[in-house]
Design a protein around this ligand. Structure first.
Ligand code: MRU
Length: 354
């Protein structure tokens, strides 16, 4: 698991979040990081659905990849004449695990398409394994390509600092990362001074995961409270805010971790570039605008407690939406493996995604 720190010029894909073992899926339990590195071994689709719902694995692309392996596990444990219906039932169960990241539904649709092409259970198992591995490998390849596109777009002439939100790294993807992949690439090319990482309340993806990932790979990072972002941008220290996405609609609106919208407003106010980095599996051209994106609300205990420690009266009412929608008008660039949409709008999105 441990690896030597990266030095400029070197490319490391980061600490992976999942390992396919042929008949089981191993997930690094992200609820326990950074203090414990525990791998869970899952051998059923319901187990994978629970792991996604409970945030053992999280991050849009990683959710999609895990669900794809969950479909494989369903096929492997199916039996009898209605084996196909058993796999379809598992697909429905996995689809209910989390609502916002479209990568989940994209991956399940791809797996269903492959299933439909297979006449026998044996053929289906073989084909579904191949499809899931392909989704996994394609995601890593997309991340590497996006980092190239992003650096081309930034055209930094000297080392810069950036600010990021949530965790978009190897832990959230098939490896390397989306926004965090861009930060990796800046570091690899000697163009990164420092990455500021929002702590990302309430689940603390920034302090528990992003800071851990970057520090582990020897990439300079400074943790800040979410509420310090305005002061950091006002200081002029940061050239770009770089974030990931859970769903991007046909007009270029972006759903991402709660707090992303306020960062985009702050970036525009301070004249700092705002970049969204996501694979094309995050693009949902079936939705016209962000108003149509289902926004997940999670249990109030995530705010009333930090892990098991109370931080508020146990009975207080809580509003806990875990994503928000950043309007396209506040975004300078959406970077995908297919290319960059500058100043996104419906026309620009259609040009790249049809
Ligand atoms: O609730 P999470 O941790 O699954 O939310 C993750 C995010 O919002 C990420 O920014 C997004 O999924 C992109 S990950 C490459």
């Amino acid at each position: 698991m441990s690896q030597a720190p990266a030095s400029p010029g070197q490319r490391l894909i980061g600490t992976v979040a999942m390992r396919w073992r042929g008949t089981s899926l191993e997930l690094l339990d992200q609820r326990l990081l950074p203090d414990q590195e525990i791998w869970l071994s899952l051998d059923s689709a319901p187990g994978v659905a629970d792991a996604i719902r409970d945030m053992v694995v999280r991050g849009a692309p990683a959710i999609g990849i895990s669900a794809a392996y969950g479909v494989v596990l369903a096929a492997q444990s199916s039996a009898g004449a209605d084996w196909r219906e058993q796999v379809e039932a598992a697909v429905r169960l996995l689809a209910e695990s989390r609502p916002t990241a479209v990568n989940l539904f994209w991956a399940l649709e791809r797996m269903q398409g492959r299933l439909a092409e297979c006449a026998t259970r044996e053929d289906a198992i073989e084909q579904l394994v191949a499809a899931a591995v392909e989704i996994h490998e394609d995601d890593l390849a997309a991340n590497l390509a996006m980092a190239d596109h992003a650096l081309g777009h930034m055209n930094a002439q000297k080392p810069i600092s950036v600010l990021t939100h949530c965790n978009t790294g190897a832990l959230a993807t098939g490896g390397y990362g989306t926004a965090l992949g861009v930060i990796r690439r800046l570091h690899e090319t000697g163009l990164l001074v420092n990455a500021f990482a929002d702590e990302t309340r309430p689940w603390l993806q920034g302090s528990r995961l992003t800071v851990w990932e970057l520090a582990r790979d020897g990439i300079p990072v400074t943790l800040n409270a979410d509420s310090a972002a305005a002061a950091i941008l006002a200081s002029g220290k940061v050239s770009w805010v770089i974030v990931g996405a859970d769903r991007i609609t046909a007009n270029g609106d972006v759903a991402n971790k709660i707090g992303t919208y306020s960062l985009a407003v702050l970036a525009r106010f301070h004249g700092v570039g705002f970049m969204v980095v996501a694979p094309s599996s995050t693009v949902d051209m079936a939705l016209e605008s962000g108003a149509e994106i289902p926004i997940e609300e999670r249990d109030g205990t995530e705010l009333r407690q930090v892990r098991t420690v109370p931080m508020a009266p146990a009975s207080v009412a809580v509003f806990n939406p875990v994503f928000d929608v950043t309007p396209a008008g506040l975004i300078d660039a959406i970077v995908t493996e297919k290319g960059v949409v500058s100043r996104p709008d419906t026309q620009g999105m259609k040009r790249l995604f049809g």
